[in-house]
Ligand binder design. Structure first.
Ligand code: FAD
Length: 672
């Protein structure tokens, strides 16, 4: 039988919230080259370590010792935390060793926090001189993210090495990590040079983020460091030179003395078993993204859909715009969109770029452009250069047609071809077509997925519901608040003038550049009730007219308004939530939640059960709204990490803002 968590009560005190992106953060490492190849930082008043040989020796003996203690049959990943990523030398050496020493089925999670990140050009110039690390240096440089506060996740070595780079203040960054490290590499700069990286709070956070038995390595050791390590549960195992010429401190976490920080009402359940099959209901972008996230981690998945092929409903649109949010506030939604944007770009890169067109121009008044660009830089919602203010002349030159408005240019954004993109995602995934799921019922240690007549389609160990608006048609998920919003795209033939358009232009509606002789205009939003048994949804001339009307006047002039005879379209339903964030995570039992956490009416502090009672092995990824192609990858990565207990790809608070339990939590808080 699945384990139901005990109801013992624990005292919970909310940790102070820290907003890394609440204002501009100085990330400049202030570096210069000395003697051509030594990199000096005036922030630390020191050169970055470049003694590759001695670092290699140290890391080899450290990793060997860590590996000796591992039972590789019990785990699919190994997590290393690093305080101070610096030049990436430690990471490149560890990657090199990992490929040679680790079992093939185990992934390396490398989570590094860096206060003053170096940009890709500096990293590239620095690492190029180490000929032994050429492959690792190339892999790192290919995926290294632009400098921007917060979490960035990228994949190397065919996804076997997962690098989570956190840029910004050390304590703020580490406070937002959710995951348990097997090993730690401490900063090369001494306590005098970089006091932030050795603060008492940093040690507390290391204690919180370590597995029992976790091993830590430091090239610095003094009485303060020894006593801090001791305070958070580490015992000093060795203090020797390990064959290199530096004195190395090795510590092992012997006891857990630092409390974990997830509030009990959002704490995820025990992770799913190594073996067993996960059934995913719904083969749109959400279902396909989680299928890929799980299968790339060696898990068995079966994708089930009522249609004969994948991506036949909302995800079947002929072109999807992927562009960032330019909200002027740093809030949960804009932070989530920002992390989603970073991840979808990394994921597109990994899958070999399925862009239909690149670059998106958002038309705005001159004074609004300046204000938006200013607030983006103040709030750090996007990295430098991701959003550029353009005059009408610059805009006209970039997009290929004359336009009389200024605006913002998103050079990394673009339009994706959903069919190709999704097909690549599910390469190798088992797909059960033409199966309409009527109910999902707990059955022994797993779930029975039944059709509408009650006959079993499949028995699985775990279920992920990814059926968009229909996700709430099942008894176990019906309490979740999803609302359907219908919408239509218009597809129209290109004209000699419109064929010059080279990037998407966004006004009230948007126009996508022509491909195979047709453009796309999108899209309408119609709230209200609709009959979800009708498929395909009708395409109407009223919605064509609305789409056309929303285009900026110069764009309208590229076509003849009167003639819509050659137009076709695509209509679908988006599933949305009241806070516009998707619903991603494990599904709790609503009645138990209301009873167990009723005390929340008096405030989020006090005695609570350790975690909610969950519907064992039941997860959801739905409510992707109007931006599913932007948000599916990050949502799926968050969900996969929660299911398997791997380090989360984004800040804890961002991941928890998607929790299915947030609606139950808010109801209780509102019932004061
Ligand atoms: C007109 C329009 C334009 C859009 N433009 C953009 C855009 O430019 N950029 C962007 O990012 N997003 C856009 N979106 C939003 C985007 O399409 C959605 O966010 C995304 O497709 C949602 O993916 P999904 O997998 O959650 O849902 P879906 O793609 O709808 O997939 C759900 C799947 O579940 C299956 N299913 C449902 N019930 C059952 C059942 N009982 N049994 C078995 N299978 C079931 C369905 O057949 C379907 O395949 C647009 C949406 C519309 C409608």
């Amino acid at each position: 039988m699945k384990v139901i968590p005990p109801k013992a009560k624990h005292f919970f005190r909310p940790p102070p919230r820290r907003f890394v992106d609440a204002g501009p953060v100085d990330l400049d490492p202030a570096v210069s080259w000395i003697g051509g190849d030594r990199l000096f930082s005036s922030k630390f008043n020191a050169c970055y370590i470049d003694r590759e040989k001695s670092v290699f020796i140290e890391q080899t003996s450290f990793l060997k010792a860590c590996f000796l203690r591992r039972n590789w049959m019990e785990t699919n990943y190994f997590a290393i935390g690093e305080i101070g990523f610096g030049t990436g030398l430690n990471f490149s050496i560890i990657s090199n060793l990992w490929k040679r020493m680790a079992p093939a089925h185990v992934r390396l999670h490398y989570v590094a926090v860096e206060r003053y990140p170096l940009n890709v050009d500096l990293i590239s110039k620095f690492l190029r001189k180490f000929s032994n690390l050429e492959t690792e240096f190339q892999e790192l440089v290919n995926v290294y993210p632009p400098i921007h506060v917060g979490f960035n996740r990228v994949w190397l070595h065919s996804g076997k090495i997962v690098l989570t780079l956190i840029f910004g203040p050390i304590v703020e960054g580490l406070s937002e990590v959710e995951g348990q490290m097997d090993a730690w590499i401490m900063n090369d700069f001494s306590r005098e040079k970089s006091p932030d990286m050795w603060s008492s709070e940093v040690f507390t956070l290391i204690g919180r983020l370590s597995k029992l038995g976790s091993r830590l390595k430091s090239v610095h050791s003094d009485s303060y460091i020894l006593s801090e390590l001791n305070r958070v549960g580490f015992e000093i195992a060795e203090l020797n030179s390990n064959g290199s010429n530096r004195k190395i401190l090795i510590g092992d976490l012997r006891k857990t003395v630092v409390e974990k920080q997830i509030p009990p009402w959002f704490r995820p359940p025990v992770v799913i078993g190594e073996k067993g099959t996960t059934g995913i209901i719904g083969a749109g972008i959400a279902g396909c993204a989680i299928a890929r996230a799980l299968i790339s981690r060696g898990r068995n998945v079966i994708l089930i859909d009522q249609r004969d092929k994948v991506a036949q409903e909302a995800s079947g649109i002929p072109g999807a715009l992927i562009s960032p949010s330019i909200g002027s506030q740093a809030n949960e939604l804009s932070n989530f969109y920002d992390r989603a944007y970073r991840m979808v770009l990394a994921s597109m890169n990994e899958l070999g770029n399925n862009w239909r067109s690149r670059g998106v121009f958002k038309v705005l008044e001159n004074h609004t452009v300046d204000r938006r660009i200013y607030s983006l830089s103040q709030r750090m919602n996007l990295w430098a250069g991701a959003a550029l203010g353009l005059t009408r002349k610059e805009a006209s030159d970039l997009i290929g047609i004359e336009i009389s408005s200024s605006g913002i240019w998103f050079g990394d954004a673009g339009v994706v071809e959903p069919a190709d993109y999704i097909a690549k995602k599910i390469d190798g995934v088992e797909f059960l077509a033409n199966k309409m799921v009527g109910e999902i019922l707990i059955d022994g240690d797993g779930w029975s997925i039944n059709d509408i007549s009650g006959n079993q389609i499949l028995w699985v160990d775990n279920v992920v519901v990814a059926a968009s608006q229909n996700s709430i048609c099942f008894g176990v998920t019906k309490h979740l608040p999803l609302t359907g919003v219908m919408g239509q795209l218009s597809i129209l033939p290109e004209t000699p003038s419109s064929s010059r358009l080279s990037a998407a232009v966004l006004g009230g509606s948007y126009l996508i550049p022509a491909s195979s002789g047709t453009h796309i205009i999108g899209s309408t939003h119609i709230r209200g009730s609709f009959d979800n048994s009708i498929w395909p949804l009708p395409v109407t001339s009223e919605d064509h007219a609305k789409n056309f009307k929303g285009l900026v006047p110069e764009i309208q002039c590229l076509f003849s308004d009167a003639d819509k005879s050659g137009w076709s379209g695509y209509a679908g339903v988006r599933a949305t939530t009241s806070d516009r964030l998707p619903i991603v995570g494990p599904v709790a039992e609503p009645e138990s939640f209301r009873t167990d956490f009723s005390r929340l009416r008096h405030g989020p502090k006090g005695q609570f059960p350790k975690l909610p009672v969950y519907q064992p092995g039941l997860y959801i990824i739905a409510g992707l709204g109007s931006r599913g192609f932007l948000t599916a990858d990050v949502s799926a990565e968050i969900l996969a990490c929660q299911m398997l207990g791997e380090p989360w790809p984004v800040e804890r608070n961002i991941a928890l803002s998607l929790s299915p339990s947030r609606f139950l939590f808010r109801q209780l808080r509102a019932d004061k």
